[in-house]
Structures are given as structure tokens and as C-alpha cells.
Design a protein around this ligand. Structure first.
Ligand code: ADP
Length: 220
């Protein structure tokens, strides 16, 4: 089991957004999270990604109960196990593509390992080998998002959480990103959890989870 929750609850100022979320995500699955605007999709994704903590409930990632870890241990765990892709790529404008990809590797670098070769391999796989020295402003929207995906992959995460990864892209680039996720799932058994309004992407997922009234509709 890659991700498992037990009765996750979250409120903001008395507003109960998540009312007991239970889900199980297997290794290598592509899971989409859908639901009306304001249903709590991003809230859930942030909690699953350890960027936010639940008020109640338990969360296991790769069989570790992360709700029991200290803040410091969570930060390390996140760096080593989790990759993120957001709607807006959040690349650092002053750094070129390969430098942006290397940032999580430098943060997580304990053994002074040089991950430049690995970064090049990933960027090559994503069709960006000719763009290594380009800054984000010199890349198209689709290329920027592929650099962000390369950055998510550099530490070989167990699971990648994506929040509207195609939300800012035209349909051609959206399809490219969608195909890329499926390639990575098929070739490397990469697990993805994706919040999306993109119906193609949502419907092609191995599992579709719908949030409604603070819980997952699909019964486990
Ligand atoms: P979705 O991603 O499904 O559109 P969100 O998870 O972003 O929904 O938001 C769910 C609800 O929680 C919304 O009503 C939103 O206003 C509220 N909410 C989300 N984050 C916060 C926050 N940090 N503080 C207060 N309210 C929040």
C-alpha cells in the first residue's frame, strides 16, 4: 500500500471541509481526485502530501504513519519520498532548467552525491535535453511544466501529488503531460495522485475518487 488514510478530518475556522476521509492507494496506481469546486480536493491533497496536517485521523505513506513524525522528520520524509507538481510550475526564474531540477536533490543531499547526470537523464526522457540551459521565461508553458515534473522526479519519490497539473495548459500540452504520467506509471510503476478538472485525465486514471460532503463517495 502506498497511501492509506483512516478518518482524516480537517476544519477551517469551524468549517468542516474533510469529515472522515478513508482511502487506499496501491503502488503504481494513477488516482484522480475529483469533486465540485470547494469540496476539499486541494485540502486533501496537501494533507496527503504532508504539506498540511489533519485535525484528526491517520495517514500512512509507504507504510509509515506520518502523523506521528516530528515536523523535522516530516520535512526529511517529504524530501525523500514525495514529489509535487502544481498548476503553476513554481520554477525559480533565475535558475535554468537543470538547476531547477537539481534543487530538491541539493536540499536532500546527505552524501554529497552529484545528481547532474540523473537530472540530464530525466530531462532527456521528458524531451528537454536541448533545453538544459534555458531559464523558465525561455520555455513554453508545456516545457515549464515538464521541467517541474523532472524536478518532482529527481529524488525518485515513492509518490507524486499533482494539483491541477494541466490547469494552465492548452489541450495539446495537457495531453502531453497526461501521456507522460501514464508512461511513468507503466515504465517505472510511479504512483500518482492527481487533483484535476481535466475529464480526460480524471477518467483515464486507474481509480477515480470523488469528494462529496467531506468524504470520499466511493466505498472502500
Ligand atoms: P477544492 O480544491 O475542492 O476546490 P479546497 O480544498 O481548496 O477545495 O477548499 C475547500 C474549502 O476549504 C473551501 O471552502 C475553502 O474556502 C476552504 N479553505 C481551504 N483552505 C483554507 C484555509 N487555509 N483557510 C481557510 N479556509 C480554507
Amino acid at each position: 500500500m502506498m497511501v492509506k488514510t483512516n478518518n482524516i478530518e480537517k476544519s477551517y475556522n469551524g468549517l468542516r471541509v474533510l469529515k472522515g476521509v478513508n482511502l487506499e492507494i496501491e503502488v503504481g496506481q494513477i488516482v484522480s481526485i475529483v469533486g465540485a469546486s470547494g469540496a476539499g480536493k486541494s485540502t486533501l491533497l496537501h494533507i496527503l502530501g504532508t504539506l498540511d496536517s489533519p485535525d484528526n485521523g491517520e495517514l500512512w505513506i509507504n507504510n509509515i504513519d506520518v502523523t506521528k513524525l516530528s515536523q523535522k522528520k516530516i520535512a526529511h520524509f517529504r524530501n525523500q519520498n514525495i514529489g509535487f507538481v502544481f498548476q503553476f510550475h513554481h520554477l525559480l526564474p533565475e535558475f535554468n532548467a537543470i538547476e531547477n531540477v537539481l534543487i530538491p536533490a541539493m536540499i536532500g543531499n546527505k552524501n554529497g552525491q552529484n545528481k547532474t547526470t540523473k537530472a540530464k537523464e530525466i530531462l532527456d526522457y521528458l524531451g528537454l535535453i536541448d533545453r538544459l540551459d534555458h531559464k523558465p521565461s525561455e520555455l513554453s508553458g508545456g516545457e515549464q511544466q515538464r521541467v517541474a515534473i523532472a524536478r518532482a522526479l529527481i529524488n525518485e519519490p515513492k509518490v507524486i501529488f499533482a494539483d491541477e497539473p494541466t490547469g494552465n495548459l492548452d489541450s495539446e500540452n495537457s495531453n502531453e503531460i497526461l501521456n507522460l504520467f501514464f508512461d511513468l506509471s507503466n515504465s517505472f510503476n510511479q504512483t500518482f495522485v492527481i487533483v484535476t478538472h481535466n475529464k480526460d485525465l480524471a477518467n483515464k486514471a486507474d481509480v477515480i475518487l470523488t469528494i462529496n460532503d467531506g468524504v470520499i463517495e466511493n466505498d472502500y
